[in-house]
Design a protein around this ligand. Sequence first.
Ligand code: GSH
Length: 209
Amino acid sequence: MNLRMITIYGVHRSRASRNIWLAHELGIPFKLVPVVQHYRLKEPIPADIVHTKSPSFLKVNPNGHIPTMEDNGLVLHESLAINLYIAKKHGGPLAPATVAEDGLMGMWALWAMTEVEPHSLSIAQHGPSPATLDALRGPFAVLDEALADGFLVSGRFTVADINVAEVVRYADGATELFKAAPRVKAWFEACRARPAYRKMWDAREKEPA
Ligand SMILES: N[C@@H](CCC(=O)N[C@@H](CS)C(=O)NCC(=O)O)C(=O)O
């Protein structure tokens, strides 16, 4: 384990939650540098608030998005790529043990981001619509099938479950999707019951909405 102290730029009420959850799972110390989504702030923005359009943060992530992670000079953007990096660098059961597992964990991260997130995010922001429900029925059926062994990769809880559960969480309001996919429902509840998730969530609840 070579991860001493990583820095995460973001807030719990953002995709940084994915990285914070993993850091808690692994017991990795991290420094959270608060950077708030610009769209959540009302003008005039107080000078001491760093946000996604602050010039100081744009030097860290020119995309103007959170999260960003820094580890010993390495700067990474993209929440799910950050999680794959942290898991692999740390090692242990949440990380891939073989190249095949590495391939599967990468596949699930890309799958979540491309097949699920555009629609699940729309549900989180606007509530379920016939179009988003239609779009997610297929991916939920795929996920239900993939969870035959309880978790996504090799029947054990890994970073792949964190990455996919965090994207699926945005569709939490679409109860009919979970009803139609009982394994997804049970897996999602098990993920959310984990002490590391609860720790992340409790801190998130304490942040201003
Ligand atoms: N694909 C990126 C998306 C990052 C992203 O869009 N983050 C949102 C917060 S969850 C953001 O920074 N929004 C800021 C803004 O639009 O001003 C990732 O997963 O890290």
